[in-house]
Design a protein around this ligand. Structure first.
Ligand code: DLL
Length: 433
């Protein structure tokens, strides 16, 4: 294993916790003194910075939600002056006002450091050519990965999203060894490549893919790896936390959360207490060194589990398991909770299913209906109705046993469902329209 900064990444856990306590204390004193928002929140909850006597006392602090950022649009939560800001990113959000994130020069430096560690941990370094096919601009994916890759001395091809045929040409001509984009965009790129007679597996140098910004499943990873001949790593982050920050290492066994930058808790949304070890809950992060837009006990709404033990790669910081979905992505179908990720997992285990699907939820005569539209795998596409009926029944049975609720299945031709360059939108909930 090679670490970007072994002194930090492989620090004994006790030492890391001492460092975290020191950082939390400094952060909370700073916010109590300089942020009217945090002062009021802490005051109304009856907490004083002196109450933080050990690291676990962090649980006495109030939570923060996306609505706090929206309610304080654009910059009322900032604790840096205009002169100290070097950049803004803006997260569009699907509902309501966007959120604005400001960065000081030190924020950009720490964000970049975190990505330098992430990219190193999945085997990238000098000599690698990283094609950054996340969007550049207000979205954090493009510039984030760009800076991280330059920091480790890799060569960047800043293609951003779109113009897919040109992307494939550049991937070949400039001998890209790695790509960073959403998993759905990489699959789309694979299809476009096939159409123009290029096999990403055989005709390019691509061997690593850094995929995130949307939920994807373990089975989707297996498909991407087999189909495109790459090792695919899960990268996670949100704009409020800087952007993409945390990634799997070569072991592919959980996403490393850099403990000197972030303190992680998993909260049960019903009780608002920490879940028991090994249980899933709402990922809650405190950013320990963030300057312009402080983030304390931020309830992100992404569902995951924490892994506390040292990874076999030797890095000692906590890890989280793959994000299963968002609290607000959960569909309640006739009273049963269904996550789109469960549907993806069930579908990707069926070889006759292609890579793309769409979930349509509706309500007919007061009853929720669930329709899953599935592209048939090109190899399994047949003119015979009986063959297709068999596939359809198999999908129906698998979905029923995975979800405990019946879904109507519609098979569609390969290539007929929408494709996405940024985050995929797989759910159409007509009940909300
Ligand atoms: O998506 C930042 C990012 C860019 C992450 C590039 C990874 C790669 P936002 O647009 O603010 O930021 O969206 C954040 O996307 O709360 C999750 O719901 C989802 N998300 C991000 N990464 C993953 C992932 C960026 N690896 C929201 N798995 C988060 C599942 C993810 N969901």
């Amino acid at each position: 294993m090679v670490s970007w900064d072994p002194r930090i990444e492989e620090m004994p856990r006790k030492e890391l916790e001492r460092l975290q306590y020191k950082l939390v204390k400094t952060l909370v004193y700073r916010l109590y003194s300089f942020s009217p928002f945090y002062y009021q929140r802490m005051h109304s909850q009856g907490v004083h910075p002196d109450d933080l006597k050990e690291l676990s006392d962090i649980r006495k602090l109030p939570f923060m939600f996306k609505s706090d950022l929206r309610d304080n649009y654009p910059d009322r939560l900032f604790t840096a002056s205009q002169e100290e800001l070097v950049r803004y990113h803006v997260s569009s959000g699907t509902t309501g006002k966007p959120t604005v994130v400001g960065y000081t020069a030190r924020d950009i430096d720490l964000w970049t450091t975190s990505l330098a560690r992430a990219l190193t941990s999945c085997g990238l370094g000098r000599g690698d050519v990283l094609q950054v096919s996340y969007g550049y601009g207000l979205f954090t994916g493009g510039l984030g990965l760009h800076y991280g890759a330059e920091r480790i001395g890799a060569t960047v091809i800043p293609t951003s999203v779109g113009n897919t045929e040109r992307q494939i040409e550049l991937m070949q001509d400039l001998r890209a060894t790695s790509i960073a984009c959403t998993p759905s965009y990489l699959l789309h790129m694979g299809e476009v490549a096939d159409k123009i007679g290029v096999s990403i597996k055989n005709d390019t140098h691509l061997r690593t893919a850094i995929l995130g910004a949307e939920p994807w499943s373990e089975r989707m990873r297996n498909r991407i790896q087999d189909l495109l001949g790459v090792k695919a790593y899960d990268i996670y982050g949100t704009s409020e936390l800087y952007g993409p920050l945390f990634c799997e290492c070569a072991e592919q066994k959980g996403i490393h959360i850099w403990g000197d930058l972030a303190y992680v808790e998993i909260i049960d949304p019903r009780t608002e207490e920490a879940v028991s070890p090994g249980e899933r809950g709402d990922l809650t992060i405190t950013m320990l060194q963030k300057e312009a837009l402080p983030i304390v006990r931020y309830r992100i709404g992404d569902i995951t589990t924490i892994l506390q033990e040292t990874c076999s790669c030797g890095r000692t910081h906590p890890r989280i398991t793959r994000i299963e979905g968002r609290v607000d992505d959960m569909l309640i179908i006739r009273g049963i909770n269904v996550f789109p990720s469960q549907i993806e997992h069930a579908l990707m285990g069926i070889p006759q299913v292609g890579q793309h699907f769409q979930i349509v939820v509706d309500r007919k005569e007061e009853l929720d209906t669930l329709l899953v539209r599935v592209e048939v795998h090109p190899d399994a596409f047949s003119d015979k109705i009986t063959d297709l009926m068999k596939v359809k029944n198999l999908i129906g049975t698998r979905l029923r046993s995975a979800l405990n609720v019946a879904a109507e299945v519609e098979l569609v031709e390969p290539g007929s469902l929408p494709r996405f360059e940024g985050k995929a939108k797989r759910v159409v909930d007509r009940r909300k329209m």
